[in-house]
Design a protein around this ligand. Structure first.
Ligand SMILES: [Fe+2]
Length: 310
């Protein structure tokens, strides 16, 4: 941690405060979507009932082009049953493996939709890939709030700090509420490793630095992952770990692994990965804040497939 890393200092102070005041420890529910291996989190402050929803999933059947709300309705039900008041609907980044249910959830539960400011770079990049018309704004205006590194959020008395953690995409942000970090697509479970860094705007060296920054939080920081794929030899899905366990055991970035070693490993591994099944529909919808592209004259929205372009 450098002396000038104000955001990291703020997050660290929160985590230390939780050790002596348990009321600052957020309550967290994780909802795993097996179709996309994604975990949606509802984080809340028990006293005020204020909540944030992180990385929601809109069901999508690629063969039929049909969307569904079973995953999102689990969140709506949980929020209702727990009598929560949703302040924030957060995307850690523009996902390439599932569509966001943010607009559906916002309509039912309220809250402000937020994503990292660098989403404009992702919009610009993929606006070109999909040859989107001038009606597609590349200024992030589809979101209510564009987060910068060091921004803070409040859920009642619980403070949240935003950390910019680029590498998987330029816009990735991590969110630390109390003693719980939501790290998006940076690290996965220690036995599985790290996120890929080969999407447009991705950068393995940057990902390594972002991860090392996250791992300089205190060892007892709870770490909640965006995805799990079960590592070889593990039968259960898992999505919660700690900074300590990542530092001692992450197969890609445990302590002692150098940036050069990581970049070589990540680059080699990424060169062998296929594109995620839902990347084309996901990106088109997620860069629009989870909205489908504008319907055409017949009232139907269409998802484009750029041929030989990606
Ligand atoms: Fe991702």
């Amino acid at each position: 941690m450098t002396e000038t890393d104000q955001a990291l200092h703020a997050a660290t102070a929160q985590i230390k405060a939780v050790r002596s005041d348990k009321s600052l420890r957020p309550t967290i529910a994780g909802f795993f979507d097996e179709a996309t291996n994604t975990v949606t989190y509802v984080v809340h402050d028990a006293a005020s009932r204020e909540a944030a929803i992180i990385d929601s999933v809109l069901d999508y059947d690629a063969a039929s082009g049909r969307t569904g709300h079973a995953s999102a309705d689990r969140i709506v039900e949980y929020v209702g049953d727990s009598a929560l008041s949703v302040k924030w609907i957060i995307e850690t980044h523009a996902h390439a493996d599932h569509l966001s249910a943010a607009p559906y959830l916002q309509e039912r539960l309220g809250g402000k939709l937020g994503i990292g400011r660098e989403i404009t770079r992702v919009q610009d990049e993929f606006g070109k890939v999909f040859n989107a018309g001038t009606d597609f704004q590349r200024d992030g205006s589809q979101f209510d709030r564009l987060f910068d590194d060091g921004d803070t959020l409040e859920l009642g008395a619980i403070r949240g700090t935003v950390l910019h953690v680029p590498g998987h995409t330029p816009a990735d942000m991590a969110f630390v509420f109390g003693d719980a970090s939501f790290v998006g697509d940076t690290i996965f479970m220690p036995d599985y490793g790290t996120a890929r860094a080969d999407f447009p705007g991705g950068d393995a060296a940057q990902l390594f630095r972002s991860i090392r920054r996250l791992l300089s939080l205190p060892g007892d920081t709870r770490v909640f992952l965006c995805h799990d794929y079960k590592a070889p030899g593990r039968d259960e899905f898992a999505w919660e770990t700690t900074v300590e366990l990542q530092r001692t055991g992450n197969v890609h970035v445990r302590d002692g692994v150098t940036e050069e070693e990581f970049v070589a490993m990540r680059t080699d591994r990424d060169s062998k990965l296929g594109m995620p099944k839902l990347i084309l529909p996901s990106i088109q919808v997620n860069i629009r804040g989870g909205h489908l592209p504008e319907p055409e004259g017949n009232g139907v929205s269409y998802i484009k497939i750029p041929v030989n372009a990606l």
